[in-house]
Design a protein around this ligand. Structure first.
Ligand SMILES: *Cc1c(COP(=O)(O)O)cnc(C)c1O
Length: 386
């Protein structure tokens, strides 16, 4: 069945909810057992709030089917999902490989939390494929991937890295938030664990925080055990909203793709822009891997401005934008722009783009309005206009 049909049907439980189309919001800690015997044998469909509710199970089962996984665990944020996946894969004294382009809070997690438990992290150039073999140590257990990289958009050779990991018995985790399972089939490409910040496109409306970790059959027992030990689960309302977002995910991603591409190409033609980092454009590092492995692109990409502008020029450009907002996160209906600088934290690679770097999220506003807003901003950058 096609993706639209699947997204419309996954996780539905109408039969047990009097025919209502959507699984309701189940709130609850305690579940009552009818008899002592039932209690002693845990004889009940649901036993306690942390062990699952119909709302949580609807989302979990939908995501498991969508990703082609063996099982899914939900977390209260995307970063929580990264943490859960890492804790499921790693143990004391393990060595972890992390791409230098990884989402910055993931980097902090390795430094602040994992290091405390004796786990050593080595950062690697995200453009390495087979070459990663040179960084393996006897205690390497896990390779983390994020493709494309946060902010800088390097596309990774996921199949090559997963093949290497399989040869050495290592676990692979991918943060697949940008592409979503619709545009990158992470498990089919060999990844053991996939992480999605549902906060972004699954939500689609900038109103929830949520994370999802899916596991293949080999890693599902470890993920489930780790999840059950901590029971860090999202609220019922947020699971409900994520399920609602899922029904329109393909439509919103189609829009994100076409709008993202049109804006990226338009920006690339503006004289103030030096280059565009969009995986579907040849100027993006790893573009050919995107062409080979992905089924689409989304509406988040970066641009590098020509060198020579100062901070005050940039402030003039950004402070007076009327449609683009400045803020973290993305994947909602609204357009965003945010400057970034990877220089302070990169360790395996050098980030030296020449000019200011800006990340854009293209929302659902009219393209002509978005272009007019940015064009006026670029004029202010050059000291022209208001
Ligand atoms: C936003 C994001 C996260 C974290 O999601 P939160 O819900 O904000 O914690 C993780 N990875 C990537 C790639 C992200 O863009």
């Amino acid at each position: 069945m096609g993706i639209g049909t699947r997204l419309a049907q996954l996780g539905r439980t109408s039969d047990v909810h009097y025919g209502f189309v959507n699984t309701p919001v189940y709130r609850g800690s305690t579940v009552l057992f009818k008899t002592l015997d039932d209690l002693e044998h845990q004889r009940a469909r649901y036993t306690y709030g942390t062990a699952g509710t119909p709302t949580i199970e609807s989302l979990e089962s939908a995501w498991t089917a969508l990703t082609g996984a063996a099982g899914t665990a939900l977390t209260p944020s995307g970063l929580g999902a990264v943490a859960l996946a890492l804790l499921a894969a790693l143990k004391h004294k393990d060595h972890l490989l992390m791409p230098d382009s990884v989402y910055q809070p993931t980097r902090s997690l390795c430094g602040h939390l994992l290091e405390k438990f004796g786990i050593e992290t080595t950062y690697y150039d995200p453009l390495l494929g087979e070459g990663l073999a040179a960084l393996l140590k006897p205690n390497t257990s896990t390779i983390f991937l994020e493709s494309p990289g946060s902010q800088s958009f390097e596309v990774q050779d996921v199949p090559a890295i997963c093949a290497l990991a399989q040869r050495h018995g290592l676990t692979t985790i991918i943060d697949n938030t940008w592409a979503t399972p619709l545009f990158f089939r992470a498990h089919a490409h060999g990844c053991d664990l996939t992480v999605e910040a549902g906060t972004k496109y699954l939500s689609g409306h900038s109103d929830i925080l949520l994370g999802l970790v899916s596991a293949n059959a080999r890693l599902w027992p470890a993920l489930k055990r780790t999840y059950q030990s901590m029971a860090m689960l999202p609220g019922a309302e947020d699971c409900y909203l994520a399920l609602r977002g899922m029904r329109t995910l393909h439509i919103r991603l189609q829009e994100a793709e076409s709008r993202g591409l049109q804006m990226a190409e338009w920006l690339g033609a503006q004289p103030e822009v030096d280059r565009v980092l969009h995986p579907a454009l040849p100027s993006c590092p790893g573009h050919r891997l995107w062409q080979r492995d992905f089924e689409g692109s989304t509406g988040v990409f970066s641009i590098i401005l020509r060198p020579g502008y100062g901070r005050e020029d940039l402030a003039r450009m950004l402070d007076q934008l009327s449609i683009f907002g400045m803020g973290y996160s993305w994947g909602g209906f609204e357009s965003l722009i945010i400057p970034f600088d990877c220089r302070p934290y990169r360790t395996a690679t050098t980030w030296n783009p020449g000019g200011f770097a800006l990340r854009l999220q293209i929302g659902l506003e009219d393209l002509a309005d978005l272009q007019a807003d940015l064009r006026a901003g670029l004029d202010r950058l050059r000291g022209m206009g208001a």
